[in-house]
Design a protein around this ligand. Structure first.
Ligand code: NAD
Length: 352
């Protein structure tokens, strides 16, 4: 067994605690960023990516951990915001690297809980659980929460209904055209819920097999991966990658509203204003996709009645989304700006 890696504390004014984790012999470099523990232990996944530089990796950890503070607060969870990143191609990851990184997480004594994010799997979390108990998203165990995407999709479906009520005058989705970009874990479950609600689906993915399967299953129309952003529909539901709402794409949108599950859909905060100026109602992603962390929270918080907890928190998330869209209409501001302000008003939501 290798030793605990070299841990260096970095001073970052916006964040409570930031650690650089390094083990030269293992080829391991990563960061653990705790934005805020005011609501409870910081929670957010571990991402592994081939970052171009240490600066790029640190910036990602800082940005994502701050985002988790907002997501967890909006979901009404007693959790703060944190995130961790490991530099490197996930295909090169070794169990020793995971174990060493887990020992670094353990030194925080429960102020940070990790789970899988891009480049990590439940099996990786199981390896890490041998070194620290502050890991969720395990494949099995009494409180193991499993794949979060069905719960994420339920939350997005609710967000679509509320957005339809505000923008189209009714939350009855029968006959509404909904364009879904991305047919992975979240997109597939969302299409199922939308189909049951009588929606007319238009779908796109870079994976042609997923498009063909969805077309066959639901009689969905199809579009190209980029073309989906310009199809005429009532609602666009981005469920693939981030930054797809930007200065180039927003002028081409032909929808009344955007409500989907992808993280960081707005390329910049100004893009929230751009959508608002075009009269396109945007359901803030960190509220719409909170179902995933609600599901993971059942594991972190060791919730006995998991279904009851999920139902209660998803219902509360609907109320929060409704408040955001109501206040946005009343104050003529973008829902994204309003959502951030609402979380900032919550007790103990932010870092010091
Ligand atoms: P996934 O990897 O299972 O699916 C993503 C899908 O998007 C894949 O089918 C992929 O082929 C497709 N895709 C990738 N690039 C594309 C492009 N340019 N155009 C069209 N399709 C493209 O991921 P997922 O778990 O379904 O997550 C989807 C999004 O939702 C991500 O942004 C993720 O961060 C976010 N999210 C997921 C969860 C969850 O519970 N899984 C929770 C919160 C947020």
């Amino acid at each position: 067994m290798s030793a605990t890696p070299e841990i260096t504390r970095l001073e970052v004014a916006s964040h409570e605690t930031v650690l650089r984790v390094h083990d030269g012999a293992l080829g391991l470099t990563g960061f653990i960023a705790l934005h805020s523990t005011h609501r409870g232990p910081a929670a957010g996944g571990l991402r592994m990516r081939a970052y171009a530089s240490e600066d790029a990796a640190l910036t990602d950890a800082l940005r994502l951990s701050e985002g988790m503070t907002y997501k967890n607060a909006a979901a009404g969870l007693p959790l703060g915001g944190g995130k961790a990143v490991i530099m490197g191609d996930p295909a090169t990851k070794t169990p020793d690297q995971l174990r060493a990184f887990a020992r670094a997480i353990d030194t925080l004594g429960g102020r940070y809980w990790t789970a899988e994010d891009m480049g990590m799997s439940p099996a990786d979390m199981a390896v890490m659980a041998g070194e620290t108990r502050f890991v969720a998203g395990l494949p099995d165990g009494k409180f193991a929460s499993g794949d979060p995407s069905p719960i994420t999709a339920r939350g997005i479906f609710n967000a679509i209904r509320i957005t339809a009520r505000h923008r189209l005058g009714s939350d009855d989705l029968t006959g509404r055209r909904v364009a879904v970009q991305g047919l992975g874990h979240v997109g597939a479950h969302l299409c199922d819920l939308l189909n049951r609600a009588g929606t007319r689906l238009i779908v796109a993915d870079i994976d042609a097999a997923r498009v063909a399967e969805t077309q066959a299953r639901y009689g969905a129309e199809t579009a190209t991966a980029d073309g989906i952003l310009a199809v005429e529909a009532d609602i666009l539901a981005p469920c693939a990658i981030g930054a797809i709402l930007n200065a180039d794409t927003i002028p081409t949108l032909r929808v009344a509203a955007v409500a989907g599950g992808a993280n960081n859909q707005l390329a910049t905060p100004e893009d929230g204003a751009r959508l608002h100026d075009r009269g396109i109602l945007y359901a803030p992603d960190f509220v719409a996709n909170g179902g995933g962390i609600i599901n993971v929270a059942t594991e972190i918080l060791a919730i006995e009645d998991r279904a009851g907890f999920v139902d209660e928190k998803l219902a509360a998330l609907e109320v929060t989304m409704d408040r955001i869209l109501t206040r946005a209409a009343q104050t003529n501001r973008s829902p994204d700006a309003v959502a951030t302000a609402i979380v900032d008003e919550m007790p103990q939501a932010r870092a010091a």
